[in-house]
Structures are given as C-alpha cells and as structure tokens.
Design a protein. Sequence first.
Length: 149
Amino acid sequence: MATIEDGLYTITSKVGNANIGRFPVEDLSLLPKRILKLDADANARQWIIVRSGEGCTLKAKGAPVGENDQKLWAHLIMEEKAHPWLITPVPQMGEGLYIIEKTDRSAGWSVVDEENSQIQVKPLISTRSLPPMYPANQLFIIARHDSEY
C-alpha cells in the first residue's frame, strides 16, 4: 500500500511486532496520554488516520497525537498541540513498512526496546544510500481495518 487513505488502522512496531497505542488503563484526568510500545500480546489498538493538507492526523482512541518534549502524546482537550504527520512507505525495508515523521521532516517516531515505553520523537537515522535504509526501531507496520471509523 503506497498511500494511506482515511480510515481505521493498527500501528505495530517492527521491533517485536509490538502494538503502538495508549495504555489500556489510564487516569481519568484530561491531561495528555502517553503513546506506548505495548506488549506484542496486548490487543491491537485502533488508530484513526485522516489525511490533511500537509500530512495525516493520527488519532489514538479518538484523541489526536502530537509531540511534546520529544515524546508522543494523545491530546484529549488541547487538540491544537497535535499536528499532522507524514507517513512514508519504505518498501526497500520490507512490504507494508512505513516511517512516521513531522511534516518538516525534522524528527520522527522511534521505539525504545522496552515494554510499555513511550514512543520518542527524534531525528531519524538513515543511511546515505538511495534508497535510504532505516533501523527497525523507526519502522512501523500500518494495517487497515475494513470497519468504518
């Protein structure tokens, strides 16, 4: 799939096929919620992806995500803190793999290899080759669900 269309998806890290999403049990405050690398056995978290002018808005449990202090958060009430993301296929790394970057390409999603660790947003590492190669902790499997969102 070269282009992401509006719809319902799961996002999985290439590192250990771990699901990416909000923790199943959260406090009841309206503070931003962490986006985590969850246990691979955890139920898949659904994401809503909606194309916007500069990229895509990604929503975890209905809340748009954005970066704050180099970490990924779902913003429940201050949605203006969320921003669009570029979802770029990287077929040279494998079928169905993507990198997820800020629209200015200054930083992207990166996984720490620990269970329930928060997704980091930092400059992506790649080789200088054409096409570029990326480490597994920066690669994500984005799979579409047929159900409506």
